[in-house]
Design a protein around this ligand. Structure first.
Ligand code: SF4
Length: 635
């Protein structure tokens, strides 16, 4: 094993699909200290290897599949793995996280990551059995949906596959492992271009753990805390992510009618409560997770995974559809075709408005749902208007107009939070490295509206808090942990009484003038200036016990910051400018509420603060001193 650190297998392999040569990719202990794993490791590999001119659909583009040191160590909610590539949807870096068991099985085979490059001449799938790596002809799998493909592969666990949408290079096709998805940014399309239908991995190896006793003890406490906390122990298991629909309605952030409004009259017909009461068979989730936020429901007599909040919000209120059973059916269909539900629904909502405004006669209408199942198939197989829809909203706006209501950032469709009711989330969407994603955004909406109701319209402290959240989430994800584990940072008392005195107190405190400056000081502190661990962030101690690395809050947040900056630099090399950190005019210039002049995203003001606080120039480019502080550039 070529690492002194626990939690790792110590080996990364590079597979060239063109030459079918497999060799080791050099990844040192120094790299492990700097980038941990997951999406940050993948960003560094792409940054070092992909020239700025490399097209998403090209032999030179890479699909980098990474795990974190937590996977396979008993840490709760740590089966997650990451896939990164140059996105065909945005032309920039994309990373997508998946809770299927492929990542854990990759480690059992003896590898921390796979770097896939080149393009196979024939349809192929790759079988990894420890040192034995084989290429198989995939003609018999080509054309199969994601469920049938997984059934047709000869092992039970450790598979990742694409469906017809990936094969046909739909720009938002995803990658699937069990019933979980790496959905965003079109990674499935890149695999389809490379003629790679599936990868399987199996083995019997295990990472060693630096301090097994302490790890066991911490994991036990951690699981207990997750079970005790109101969000992770009660709400998410009971209502799933869809439990947020009702709160989003109350807070005017439930994207409705292509983000024209923030509320929907029939919201209760598509709420998490309705799903739980009428359709839930049981809660399910990723392996190793005590939260189990997923839903098991019945569709056409089959017990399948139910829809998440994003799918419900965007295929419900956002296209004016109140039929939850239909959404369940569509969710299954899209998973089987192999497409991201967020970008599919966002693109369709935009097409509906284009039709309504007479810009594109396509037969799609808000509230008209009988033709959508057929439309999904047409997108996956690129037939008729499906061929245009398969390119995403930005492409449609360039072709037909309507840019001001094309709801995307950097080409990626936004998730279901309407940001005019939570302006910090608007900033996050705009500056997110992979485009309109709520999580890469920093998920500030969680404290702006979903839990403690920090003033959703103020710009005060929003940039600084966004940065803090982004950095912590990046590092958590890189360690291999589900970012929902971070919800325990919100005390149960606040979650249970989000409209009460607790919320008002928190709101008042967070919006005080000095808070931004304090948070900024923490964000900018050198890695060795915060040598503490806090109980609500057990990730730092866990990393120390598992790997043996020196780890504390300062080092952890610096790793997250480093990851965010490397993705940013990658995008800048590809031509990204300040203008690309954008939102459509509907969200920055149209008021959501005509009686509230603050109900739009003051994006340029927020961006100025964000750039300054990140240590970037006014052009959005990281300053040399920032890169030196982060050791991305040598001192
Ligand atoms: S909280 Fe949900 S998404 Fe996260 S690991 Fe658990 S089941 Fe998976």
């Amino acid at each position: 094993m070529s690492t002194k650190y626990g939690g790792y297998m110590g080996k990364v392999i590079k597979i060239n699909l063109t030459t079918r040569v497999v060799n080791e990719y050099l990844w040192t202990d120094k790299d492990r200290e700097m980038y941990i794993g997951g999406k940050i490791m993948a960003a560094k590999i792409l940054y070092d290897n992909i020239k700025p001119t490399v097209e998403p659909f090209s032999d030179e583009n890479m699909v980098v599949i990474t795990t974190g040191p937590f996977s396979g160590t008993g840490v709760p909610s740590s089966s997650r793995f990451n896939i990164s590539t140059v996105s065909p949807l945005t032309g920039l870096i994309t990373s997508s996280n998946c809770g299927g068991n492929f990542g854990m099985m990759l480690k059992k085979a003896g590898y921390d990551a796979l770097v896939i490059t080149g393009k196979s001449k024939d349809k192929v799938w790759i079988e990894i059995i420890e040192e034995n790596i084989k290429f198989h002809n995939a003609d018999y799998l080509w054309g199969l949906d994601t469920a049938k493909t997984q059934e047709s592969l000869p092992i039970r666990h450790g598979k990742l596959v694409i469906g017809p949408a990936g094969e046909n290079m739909v720009k938002y096709a995803g990658v699937f492992s069990q019933e979980r998805t790496a959905g965003r940014g079109g990674i499935g399309a890149v695999m389809g271009f490379k003629n790679l239908k599936a990868v399987t991995s199996i083995g019997t190896k295990k990472p060693f753990i630096h301090n097994p006793e302490k790890t066991k003890e911490l994991n036990k406490k951690w699981i207990m805390n997750l079970k005790k906390n109101s969000l992770t122990g009660k709400r998410l298991p009971k209502l799933g992510t869809a439990g947020l629909v009702k709160i989003m309605q109350e807070k005017h952030i439930l994207a409705t009618r292509n983000f024209k409004y923030g509320q929907y009259d029939d919201y209760d017909m598509v709420s998490g409560e309705e799903l739980a009461e009428k359709h839930l068979i049981k809660n399910i989730g990723c392996v190793t997770c005590p939260i189990q936020c997923g839903r098991k429901v019945e569709v056409d007599g089959k017990r399948v995974k139910g829809p998440e909040l994003e799918t419900i919000g965007l295929f419900g209120p956002n296209i004016e559809n109140n039929d939850l059973e239909l959404i369940m059916k569509w969710n299954l269909e899209l998973d089987e075709l192999g497409m991201d539900t967020i970008s599919t629904s966002g693109t369709i909502a935009f097409a509906m408005e284009l039709n309504e405004k007479g810009l594109w006669d396509n037969g799609l209408e808000f509230g008209k749902v009988d033709n959508l199942l057929q439309i999904f198939k047409d997108i996956a197989y690129r037939r008729g208007i499906g061929d245009l829809l398969a390119e995403g909203s930005r492409f449609l706006a360039e072709k037909f107009g309507g840019e001001e209501f094309a709801i995307h950032s950097k080409g990626m469709e936004l998730s279901a939070y309407e940001p005019r009711g939570a302006v910090g989330q608007g900033l996050g969407y705009a500056v997110s490295n992979r485009g309109g994603c709520h999580l890469n955004a920093g998920y500030l909406v969680l404290i702006e509206a979903l839990s403690i109701s920090m003033d959703p319209y103020t710009t005060r402290s929003k940039a600084e808090l966004t940065i803090m959240f982004q950095n912590i989430m990046e590092a958590t994800s890189a360690a291999g942990n589900c970012i929902f584990t971070l919800f325990t940072m919100i005390p149960s008392a606040v979650v249970d009484k989000h409209d009460s005195v607790f919320a008002n107190m928190a709101n008042k405190t967070l919006t005080m003038p000095f808070v931004g400056a304090v948070v900024n000081g923490i964000n900018r502190a050198n890695a060795n200036r915060l040598p503490i661990n806090i109980s609500s962030l057990p990730q730092t101690k866990a990393l120390h016990h598992i790997t043996g690395m020196k780890m504390d809050l300062g080092r952890f947040k610096a790793i997250g910051e480093r990851g965010f900056n490397i993705e940013r630099l990658f995008n800048i090399k590809r031509g990204l400018t300040r203008e690309d950190d954008s939102l459509p005019k509907r969200l920055t210039e149209e008021l959501q509420d005509l009686n509230n002049p603050k109900s739009k995203v003051p994006l340029e003001e927020l961006k100025d603060k964000f750039y300054k606080s990140r240590g970037w120039g006014n052009d959005g480019v990281p300053l040399e001193k920032t890169l030196r502080r982060l050791k991305i550039m040598s001192e």
